[in-house]
Design a protein around this ligand. Structure first.
Ligand code: SF4
Length: 374
């Protein structure tokens, strides 16, 4: 039986460049890898790295190999969103590429030729980058690290979130979100200055977690972790994304919402997002090759204005309405938004006449200003 990959302990090999130990993130990871008896391999340059990867490919799975590298691209950018849909104008920090978890629907599966989890290590300037951007803007900024990875999958080792939260905690207009499917958050308990940091969980029914989110924490662990985060003084957020249909799925999503109601404090939830399963053209063929028995793409899906495939519009509207109404029974004051849906869908579900992404951003910012600014 093949081991499930689910944490830093699942990593078997760590590749690094000796000269990169000048970066604190690299040094911490190498020290912890030594303590945990991982095989550590030194590389000299890109050519040497690619030779070593070619050898490792024969014996290891991609996610068993951690590659420490400097990142030369843009570390901070606006979320590209999707053309012609209403976006929330979120900002992204690139800290890592790839993920220890193995979600069937993950768009990272499209990067077929990439091997290993690439942890960026030149991150010491991240807090300054965010701070100087916030100084130039006079609006509320929502920033997250979970675009190309899971924000907290290794954080008990790397401490990237800990450092960022502390270093930016005085920036009043910043809401820094760490979105995860992990429940390993105990290292975040004693962060002294938490500012407006948000610990956020993607939620799904346990059936969808079992089928499509290999290696992740179960729904009870995620909601318990969220309750712990609230008790430590963090803001929290929740994301029902992707919502995936099956017989009886609505009832099981309702059970998740009831569990949230039992365990969570509504006033500490800054937002809840909803997004139905969607994929880009070509993705279906890719995941059919990677997950031979997957059932996810058997459902009939329709191409939308941004080129992505989704469940048909009236059906999505009905799903969103029912889940939103159920959430509002227990969390009437929490801001709920749709991820990557168009104006028409916003009107159908919320009766809101959003024409452009700034309309959503403005509403969300007013909500944060009124309820959460410290
Ligand atoms: S947790 Fe997120 S980044 Fe990781 S595999 Fe799942 S969808 Fe992808």
């Amino acid at each position: 039986m093949v081991d499930i990959l689910n944490s830093f302990d699942s990593i078997k090999i760590v590749l690094y460049r000796e000269t990169d130990l000048k970066h604190s993130t690299a040094k911490i990871i190498i020290d912890k890898s030594r303590e945990r008896n991982k095989e550590i391999i030194n590389f000299f340059d890109e050519e040497d790295l690619s030779k070593k990867i070619n050898v490792l490919k024969k014996s290891y799975r991609s996610k068993e190999v951690l590659i420490l590298k400097e990142f030369m691209g843009r570390k901070f950018q606006k979320c590209p969103g999707s053309p012609k849909v209403i976006c929330c104008n979120y900002y992204l920090l690139n800290t890592c590429f790839n993920c220890i978890f193995n979600c069937t629907y993950c768009f990272l599966n499209s990067y077929l030729n990439s091997f290993g989890i690439v942890q960026f290590i030149n991150l010491d300037d991240l807090a300054d980058i965010i701070k100087s951007f916030c100084n130039e803007e006079d609006r509320i900024l929502r920033v997250g690290t979970g675009e190309f990875t899971d924000s907290l999958m290794f954080d008990e080792v790397t401490s990237i979130a800990v450092d960022l939260i502390e270093a930016t905690s005085k920036v009043k207009r910043l809401f820094l979100e760490f979105k995860t499917k992990s429940s390993k958050i105990d290292h975040l308990k004693d962060v002294k200055s938490k500012g407006n940091a948000i610990l956020a969980w993607s939620l799904n029914t346990q059936r969808n977690i079992d089928l499509y989110e290999e290696g992740t924490s179960n729904i009870y662990e995620r909601i318990d972790a969220c309750a712990k985060a609230q008790s430590w003084g963090y803001y929290t957020a929740l994301h029902f994304d992707p919502i995936i249909k099956y017989d009886n799925f609505i009832d099981e999503y309702f059970q998740v919402i009831e569990l949230m109601a039992e365990k969570l404090i509504p006033s500490k939830i800054v937002w809840i997002s909803l997004g139905c399963f969607r994929y880009s053209p070509g993705f279906k063929d890719i995941i059919k090759n990677v997950f031979i028995d997957e059932k996810l793409t058997l459902e009939e899906m329709f191409r939308g204005i941004d080129g992505k495939y989704r469940y048909i519009t009236p059906e999505r509207a009905e799903i969103y309405k029912r889940i939103k109404e159920k959430i509002q029974i227990y969390f009437p004051d929490v801001f709920i938004y749709l991820c990557m849906e168009d104006s028409d869908m916003w009107y159908r579900v919320f009766g809101k006449d959003y024409k452009i992404s700034n309309d959503l951003e403005n509403d969300l910012s007013s909500h944060l200003l009124k309820n959460f600014m410290k």
